[in-house]
Design a protein around this ligand. Sequence first.
Ligand code: C2E
Ligand code: MG
Ligand code: MG
Ligand code: MG
Length: 283
Amino acid sequence: HAKKQGKDRYEIFEPELQATFQAGLQLEADLRRAVVRHEFELRYQPIVHLRTGEITGLEALIRWQHPERGVIPPLDFIPLAEETGMIVPIGEWVLREACRQAATWNARRDSQHPLSVSVNLSAVQLDQPNLPAVVASALANSGLPATSLIIELTESLLVDHRDSTLHQLEQIKKLGVRLAIDDFGTGYSSLAYLRRFPVDIIKIDKSFVDDVGDEPTAAALTMGIIQLGRALSLSTIAEGIEDKFQLTELTDGNCELGQGYYFAEPLTDIATDELLFPTGASS
Ligand code: C2E
Ligand code: MG
Ligand code: MG
Ligand code: MG
């Protein structure tokens, strides 16, 4: 038993654990520096109308350009940024930069077909009382109409919500911003919060899309989610479409929108620019 084996308690100071602990501290120090030195970039993944192939929007996805380690993906630093509160300034930058960039692209496009931009929001940001004001400010400063901004929330964020969460989301909705549930179907009680929160869009998680072609249960669930969306007048976006077969299944199932490597991976701002406004003269 632990109490009797007093010595065992000191085994947490094993060299490997010590190294992990040091690496964590190093990452935190690096992240603080990254915020000050603006080492973040956004990638943009096209969201496509499945029947026509038309690009209707872009999802902004953060990357950390670490000076020694190269590009660090969000899942490797967002959790630490959330624990330390650094997600608040980082997330505000994402919001402002995505709105600025989308407004710039829309100014060069046919005004009848503006692109929407989707921004992922963390629960820690939603706990900030000034979040609706920050969103309003990002829109006003960029000139992006609120109807062109989509805020993505994960199911876990809504499941663990606080009393203030609903109020915060309603304030953001009042601006005219649309709300999407990300990774739909992976959390629990998915249906309950479709009643409670003012959601406009369901994003069908990649895990369903992955198996839509070869597993009857995944296919049935995917079609069920699409029909649920229709019944509630919500748009559905299929995440992680990687092949033609998945595209066909989803299109036949009347899924409206999709994104995935089959169309494009998340692109740098320069590559997005080239996709949206091809010069065709590069060779
Ligand atoms: P997400 O919002 O569900 O974003 C979709 C993820 O799936 C992205 O990973 C994207 O690159 C990847 N993906 C898209 N299409 C495909 C495909 O066809 N196949 C495969 N294998 N993957 C595909 P990424 O960029 O690494 O982002 C991971 C997660 O990090 C995001 O999941 C989101 O939850 C979070 N995240 C990204 N940017 C931000 C941000 O600015 N703020 C916050 N709070 N979270 C962010
Ligand atoms: Mg997302
Ligand atoms: Mg997702
Ligand atoms: Mg996902």
